[in-house]
Write a protein that binds this ligand. Structure first.
Ligand code: NDP
Length: 253
């Protein structure tokens, strides 16, 4: 087996793992945010946890991308830029805007996110920096890139806009929960998760790569069960919660 074939094999195993783990994960919503419990051992400040666990992803991606021997083209630099744009927001801007003062997350959650981000950053950075094709500039006018970029930007818009609505529900100093309204919240409880899934679906298309497809699958495996758990929680917590809302896919789920 060549190194590239071994690498592809690892990605396929990683995708398979997402399918094996999802039914187990679905039984228990990851214990951070509204699903936090003290049963999972030592905890860390919520904001610090987000910054540390999410910074690992751009660092790992950039390291393996830059280290790889494949010829870097304007297209692959753009891929790196897209990754850094998303994770610049997620690891620095989003945590600083959260109104979660005094809240904690289990170190175990932070550690598992770090593990995921190392593997995911490695697979995607290594592919685009080493094993992937030489992406010529003509790639930018092909349908996978054009459609994938449109999806990525749409997903980012939905994710940022929905995060923004959620982050403004609390007045400074508040840490409780309210019913979110407006935007895609008219139809679903977790449009921020839907936006995130669309983003990584778009990235898989615009790079046309197996590791990016694995990221999309893992994102869906994480966020669909979590959206269902959030939706149930809203239903149980608020008597006046809009009954026509779905969890993550308008009119469907
Ligand atoms: P949530 O929607 O649970 O929370 C987002 C922020 O809004 C938190 O600060 C939360 O506070 C606050 N918030 C949420 N709902 C309410 C409400 N009803 N009233 C008041 N405040 C509220 O998202 P996550 O924290 O799970 O995820 C954050 C981002 O990270 C999302 O955009 C998601 O897409 C992304 N993500 C991506 C993953 C992937 O696999 N690619 C995995 C997990 C997350 P609090 O923390 O106190 O609940």
């Amino acid at each position: 087996m060549t190194q590239h074939e071994t690498f592809n094999f690892v990605v396929v195993i990683w995708i398979g793992l997402a399918f094996v783990i999802t039914p187990q994960v679905s039984k228990l919503a990851a214990p951070y945010g509204r699903h936090f419990t003290k049963k999972f051992g030592p905890t860390i400040d919520n904001r610090l946890g987000w910054i540390v666990m999410e910074l690992v992803s751009p660092a790992t991606f950039a390291f393996f991308f830059l280290r790889g021997d494949q010829i870097k083209t304007p297209v692959t630099w753009l891929f790196l830029g897209i990754w850094l744009l998303h994770y610049g927001y997620r690891s620095l801007i989003f945590p600083m805007r959260q109104r979660t003062r005094g809240k904690r997350m289990p170190v175990a959650i932070m550690a598992s996110a770090i593990f995921f981000n190392v593997v995911n950053g490695f697979l995607n950075g290594q592919y685009l920096g080493e094993y992937g094709p030489v992406y010529a500039e003509s790639w930018l006018t092909g349908w996978p890139f054009v459609a994938g970029m449109a999806l990525f930007l749409l997903g980012m818009l939905v994710n940022w806009h929905s995060d923004n609505i959620l982050l403004h529900l609390r007045k400074p100093g508040e840490t409780g929960y309210k019913i979110p309204r407006g935007g895609l919240f008219r139809w679903i409880s977790c449009p921020n998760y839907l936006g995130e899934m669309i983003e990584w679906g778009g990235f898989a298309l615009l790079t046309w790569s197996l590791p990016a497809a694995s990221f999309f699958i893992w994102t869906a495996a994480n966020l669909i069960p979590r959206a269902l758990a959030h939706h149930d929680w809203y239903d149980r917590t608020f008597e006046d919660y809009p009954r026509n809302r779905k969890a993550i896919l308008p009119f469907l789920l």
